[in-house]
Structure formats: C-alpha cells, structure tokens
Design a protein around this ligand. Sequence first.
Ligand SMILES: [Zn+2]
Length: 179
Amino acid sequence: MGIFTAKPLSYKDIFDEAMALRRTLEIPDNMAFPVLRFIEHVIPLIFPEFNFKIVKNHELPDSYASTNPLHGVLSVREEVYVGATRDSPRDRFTIAHELGHLILHGPESIVFHRKENMESIKAYENPEWQANVFAAALLMPPDNVINMTVEEIQQTYKVSKTAAEFHLKNVKKQYGEKM
Ligand SMILES: [Zn+2]
C-alpha cells in the first residue's frame, strides 16, 4: 500500500496563497469568505471543466466532501451544501478544506510513494495538513486575526470556536517567529 504526499509547504507559503486568492477576488479582509459563491460563480469562469457535485450520503460514505484536483471535481454531501448555505461554520470549513486541495494539489505537486507509511510523512508534506491550514487562512486572514479575539473571529468570519482558537494560536506562533 502506498501513500500520497504533496510538495512541502510552510505555514507562510500557504498563508500567502490564501491571502493572494482573497486579494485577487477583492474580498475585504473583514469579510467572511463566500465559499459557495466562489465555487458556483467564480471557479467556473476560470476553469470551465470544473465540476461541482452535490451528492447523497451513500455516494460519499466515508467523508463529507472530496476533491479530485486532477480532474477538477469537487463533491460535497447535500447536508454539507445546505449547511453552507446557512453559514454553518463546520460546513464552511469542510468546503474551504476542499478548495485547499483544489488550489494546492495539482498534478505537479502530488507524489505517490509505494513503500512509506503514514508515520514517515512530515506535516509540511501532508496534503490533509496543507488543506486544513489553507482553509483556516482563507476563512480567517492571518494579518487580520492576529489583532482579534476568538469571539470576534467567530462572528466576523463565521467559523467555529475550535477553528478560531486553533488558527489564532498558529498565526501568533508564526508571527512571533518573524513572518
Ligand atoms: Zn482532505
């Protein structure tokens, strides 16, 4: 059995990528990222083959959503889609995580290893870690959250308390180590 790793990316690399996307889309730093609007109205303009699928639970039995960056397919369970239309923090994060795969994990960045086991993967080359860091930075722009409280982050960016706390801790650590 083999595993996939991604081209190694640091926190700073991923933060920069997420912030660049927000700036390109001209999303104000204090605005919650419109995950569904981006998927339904923006990606198709720049990526005509992009295929966004809303599926039944049994079609995605093991996860809430999944992405195939190679074929430009993003599938989410119906319940996640509906949750996101209602600004559910968890569902917004799930979709932002998939956007991380779509944006960071194109064909050149993913490597298949035949032998290695999970323990030998470093966090920085783990695609799941990278997608989580991307999701957090896209939803909560690091430059802004550094000066906010957890409660302000939750309200401004429509994220969960857990996600806000975890991200704020990481951002402070990164900025403390001269970013
Ligand atoms: Zn993932």
